[in-house]
Write a protein that binds this ligand. Structure first.
Ligand SMILES: Cc1ncc(COP(=O)(O)O)c(C=O)c1O
Length: 407
């Protein structure tokens, strides 16, 4: 039935850019992850146990009783001065590099920072390089501006800079190279320190901007922390960060740190997206960080996720057939499972739901249809005692698929 006499569907009036193939991916994953009847290895959600609810309530009460209206008021587009200061201090402590005030801004989560990057840099047809596989939200953000998103392979040391350099030498001219160097989503691997240096050297030679997404950087399970790309080369790197995995995602708070000319452009672009990130979340984060509460919370979060990762690795080692393989994360939320050759990950995911286990197929994490034999497993929000059972059910499905082939 027509919506009006002359318009068949409202979609006929949608802008052409909405027809870019951004997929329904993220919404589908969020819907699956919310299903509490399943053993869920699906969404990249933090465990609610890590949320500082009581502290947030106490801070809120303090702010209101002290008559501090900044938390309830509009904020400057770049961010509240105190929040920017607290974040500057934190970046200096955790990454050894202090941004100038002109080099830092607060955003409504990392996803908004990526949207602002897209809005500021991408004309239809521009090339953006990503890791294959990569964060689905980034593919969607870049594609929504008409980018030609090209994936470069990864291995256990992260993005293959050698492959990237070969493509650059062959004439590929990206404006942006997007990477998640620490505990990557979805692959669970980290970029080696040698490759970090090679990547920023390539950016200087070939004239592209590196977008460094540090969503899981502070969630390493061991003592090893590699230098951030931004601290290594603040002239050619824009760092995009989030407090979603370390504080809580309900505040929708992130940042962009990079060359001042770029940050100024992103601030200008932000004026007509949301104008400012929510001041309440900014003030809560500022006080939380200032009072040193972040570090204690991080210790607990790392221990929680580290234990879950250990349980998942032990379960995979114990249950999976030799034809399957997976990555061994040193931090973050994810491991990347490779099913036996010839598997169909979308079909596998449907059968897994039938067995009461939610996982995410690999295909949406690539811009080019790869990932048909991969599945992302998240260990961040599943109860410890369910991990062996969930993995065993997946292993059984894989084994039955293998048996089906030989008979
Ligand atoms: C790599 C990566 N970047 C960014 C985000 C989004 O962060 P935010 O909640 O700040 O928008 C996520 C969330 O899953 C992520 O995995």
């Amino acid at each position: 039935m027509s919506v009006t006499d002359s318009v068949r569907s409202w979609a006929d009036l949608f802008a052409a850019r909405t027809r870019a193939d951004v997929g329904e991916g993220l919404a589908e994953i969020l819907a699956l992850a919310g299903n509490t009847d399943l053993i869920s290895f699906a969404g990249g959600f933090p465990d609610p146990r890590t949320f500082p609810g009581a502290v947030a309530a106490e801070l809120m009460r303090e702010l209101v009783e002290a008559g501090d209206s900044s938390a309830l008021q509009y904020a400057p587009t770049r961010g509240l001065p105190g929040t920017l200061e607290a974040l500057t201090a934190r970046l200096e402590t955790t990454q050894g590099h202090r941004p100038d005030p002109s080099e830092l801004m607060i955003t409504s989560g990392a996803i908004e920072a990526l949207e602002l990057v897209g809005k500021s840099f991408i004309d239809p047809g521009d090339v953006v390089i990503v890791e294959g596989p990569t964060y689905l939200g980034a593919i969607m953000a870049f594609r929504s501006f008409g980018a030609d998103v090209v994936a470069i392979p990864m291995d256990e040391d992260g993005l293959s800079v050698e492959d990237l350099e070969r493509r650059l030498d062959e004439g590929l001219k990206p404006k942006l190279v997007y990477t998640i160097p620490d505990h990557q989503n979805p692959a669970g691997v980290s970029l080696s320190s040698e490759r970090r240096s090679e990547l920023v050297a390539a950016a200087r030679t070939h004239g592209f901007l590196v977008i460094e997404d540090v969503a899981y950087r502070e969630l390493g399970f061991g003592d090893e922390t590699l230098q951030s790309l931004w601290s290594l080369a603040p002239d050619v790197v824009l760092q995009v960060g989030t407090t979603s995995k370390t504080f809580f995602p309900g505040v929708r708070l992130g940042w962009g740190a990079g060359p001042s000319e770029i940050v100024s452009q992103l601030v200008a672009a932000k004026q007509n997206t949301d104008q400012c990130a929510g001041a309440l979340g900014q003030r809560l984060f500022e006080e939380y960080a200032r009072r040193g509460l972040m570090d204690e919370q991080l210790r607990q979060s790392r221990a929680l996720y580290g234990r879950r990762c250990e349980l998942m690795m032990a379960a995979l080692d114990a249950s999976m057939p030799a034809e399957a393989s997976w990555t061994r994360p040193r931090g973050g939320f994810f491991t990347w499972l490779t099913l036996p050759d010839g598997s169909d990950s979308v079909d596998f995911v449907k059968r897994a739901v039938g067995e009461g286990v939610a996982v995410v197929p690999g295909v949406p994490f690539y811009p080019d249809g790869r990932g048909t034999t991969n599945v992302r497993l998240s260990f961040s929000r599943v109860e410890n005692e369910l991990i062996p059972e969930g993995v065993e059910r997946l292993a059984k499905l894989i084994r039955s698929g293998l048996e089906g082939r030989t008979t």
